[in-house]
Ligand binder design. Structure first.
Ligand code: F6R
Length: 610
């Protein structure tokens, strides 16, 4: 699972590929590599670790290439070593190939090739593709690729070059995104896992569909189906509003993005609250009022942070719009037999819009006849192209692997959509305006938390040496607590367990002792007395307790060891200020522990394999 990028044109391909790969680093950063042709021979350079290390090695080796393909890897098959880094080659070293996806039957194919005497140099599933193409090659590269693809099970986007064809990149895809772009003069062509990585401002783009094969030359792109018949592809023109990423004076992208939230929340709301009419106005929204009035239930799909936002969404739909709804982890959703009807609305949530599990589950739901609403941050992403309609977060690029501002914006957009449904189903204008007033306070609430960041830094110093934590809450604070726990575990490598507070006594409380702190999210008015009892229970068993609670919350400060106060807020919108406090705590703990905050080990910003 990974990012692939290729360039063919008049310019030096190496800096272009490196810049492209850096744009794709969100798809993995375990290793990187590049290969191309120089004076009729394949030349390559690959290195374990991030792209910066590859860049250094390329420089040391004085690599020169006429055109190139490159790769940034998130390891699936085989450790993140130099040898397992892409590109991979055939036995004769005439083919170099990069791959995103997983070849599920690679073991069988590998054993078969080995029994025919083929030598493998890596542990990857990818190498079988290069070896198969090498085996079938008889002066016709397209034909060799065409023979290989039906043998592969699983998902792939590939780009490859051959020493005998020094003017072309061949690309193919199945279930993994692959876009091909070219400039207006058609003097150069680019292949990329993500069109947002093209460094052309308004590229002409085509997207490869299942089992299509493209022959990419600098001034010409031809696409064929699995029978090698030529297909006329639709060319789209993309507006890439590329901005060079910047930490804006902050030490890490993560802390910058946490601090951006008082404004990103406003961007999610701006222009969408029609105060005069007391309605929600979504731009470029194509689900009709009629369709939405008939929605009988909502099924939300997402992974990780996006699934936590979806969980909060289910509560909005029930509490505000009175529509039954449930959330499902996308990797499980597609293997279930959910009772979907044509009146089920499916909401697929993804910051990147490229998460393979979410996209696969969305496709499954579409096949079953459901309408799919996407909630997404990245324009031109697979999810936004395939959903029936998409609501964008407008949060700007999220660079840190750990998702923060996307979460608060997802929750904000879900609240708007719940209000939209509620108004279609008859919620009164006064009630709508009451919610509008509460929504307008959120940015200020977040700002109040941000202004007390130094207090959280002090608290973090006290808790940073613990290796185990419980994060607990009730109602809206359950997914909020789970999300905060996810932040801590992914950037600090600390065992942070998120639990509904009432569930602790059914087993997990056995773990509690003086070395097992509890972080309690107490900003849910409806269940206030219940969480106070839960705090008593964990305190009685010796746990150090840190509470995030609204100013003036009764009966908490005298039980807990530490308290961070939050601005008072109605229950549905309490997750915003609470999660920002949780994000800051996690950030400062990770910093105390000296972790790689923006690119934690083993992770990728976007998980493009199932
Ligand atoms: C956690 C995190 C992940 C993502 C998940 C889904 O901080 O970033 O859990 O939320 O991989 O990613 P998207 O939202 O891009 O589908």
């Amino acid at each position: 699972m990974c990012g692939i990028f290729g360039y063919i044109g008049k310019k030096d391909p190496i800096p272009i590929c490196i810049s492209g790969l850096k744009q794709l680093e969100y798809r993995g950063y375990d290793s990187a590599g590049i290969a191309g042709i120089f004076q009729g021979k394949i030349r390559s350079c690959k290195e374990a670790g991030k792209i910066a290390r590859l860049e250094k090695k390329i420089h040391q080796e004085h690599l020169n290439l006429e055109f190139a393909i490159g790769h940034t890897r998130w390891a699936t098959h085989g450790k993140p070593t130099d040898q397992n880094a892409h590109p991979h080659f055939d036995d004769k070293s005439t083919i170099a190939l990069v791959h995103n996806g997983i070849i599920e039957n690679y073991q069988t194919l590998r054993e078969q090739l080995q029994s025919e005497g083929v030598r493998f140099l890596s542990e990857t599933d990818t190498e079988v593709i290069a070896q198969l193409i090498g085996k079938f090659y008889e002066n016709d590269l397209l034909a060799a690729v065409q023979k290989t693809l039906p043998l592969l099970r699983g998902s792939f986007a590939i780009a490859l070059i051959h020493a005998n064809h020094p003017d072309q990149i061949v690309a193919a895809a199945r279930q993994s995104p692959l876009s091909i772009g070219f400039d207006d003069e058609h003097s150069e062509s680019i292949v990329s896992s993500d069109p947002n990585a093209f460094l052309i401002s308004t590229p002409n783009v085509l997207f490869l569909r299942n089992d299509e094969i493209a022959l990419v030359q600098a001034n010409r792109i031809r696409v064929f189906n699995s029978q090698l018949q030529h297909i006329d592809k639709k060319i789209e023109r993309l507006e890439n509003d590329y901005q060079a990423p910047s930490k804006g004076g902050f030490e890490h992208y993560l802390i910058k993005e946490i601090f951006e939230q008082s404004s990103t929340i406003q961007k999610a709301l701006i222009g969408r609250l029609n105060e005069e009419k007391a309605t929600i106005d979504f731009e470029q929204f194509s689900l009709s009022d009629e369709t939405l009035k008939n929605v009988s239930n909502i099924w939300i799909l997402g992974c990780g942070t996006s699934a936590h936002a979806g969980w909060i969404g289910t509560m909005f739909f029930e509490d505000i719009a009175h529509v039954p709804s449930s959330v499902e982890i996308a990797s499980e959703a597609r293997y279930r037999n959910p009772l979907l009807t044509p009146n089920t609305l499916v909401i697929a949530i993804s910051q990147s819009g490229e998460t393979a599990d979410t996209i696969a589950a969305m496709r499954e739901a579409k096949q079953r006849g459901c309408k799919v609403l996407g909630i997404c941050n990245v324009a031109n992403s697979t999810l936004s192209r395939e959903a029936d309609s998409t609501l964008f977060l407008k949060a700007g690029p999220e660079m840190s692997v750990c998702s923060t501002k996307a979460f608060s914006s997802q929750v904000a957009v879900l609240s708007l959509f719940a209000l939209h449904l509620a108004s279609l189903k008859g919620l009164g204008k006064d009630e709508m305006r009451r919610y509008f007033n509460e929504l307008k306070k959120i940015s200020g609430h977040i700002q109040q938390v941000l202004e007390k960041a130094s207090l959280l830094q002090t608290i973090a110093k006290k808790y940073a040496h613990y290796d185990d934590f419980f994060f607990i809450g009730r109602r809206y604070m359950v997914p909020t607590g789970l999300e905060a726990a996810l932040k801590l575990k992914e950037i600090s490598y600390v065992n942070a367990n998120g639990y509904p507070a009432g569930e602790l006594k059914h087993g997990p409380i056995a773990l509690i002792n003086q070395k097992f702190p509890v972080v309690a999210f107490c900003a849910n008015e409806q269940t206030h007395e219940k969480i106070v009892s839960n705090l008593m229970e964990v305190k009685a068993r010796g746990a150090p307790v840190l509470a995030f609670a609204p100013e003036g919350a009764h009966g908490i400060s005298n039980i807990v060891d530490d308290i961070f106060t939050l601005p008072p807020c109605i229950d549905p919108f309490a997750p915003f200020a609470s999660i920002v406090a949780g994000q800051l705590l996690s950030y400062y703990i990770a910093k105390e522990r000296g972790c790689d905050i923006d690119q934690p080990r083993n992770l990728a910003k976007s998980v493009t394999v199932e």
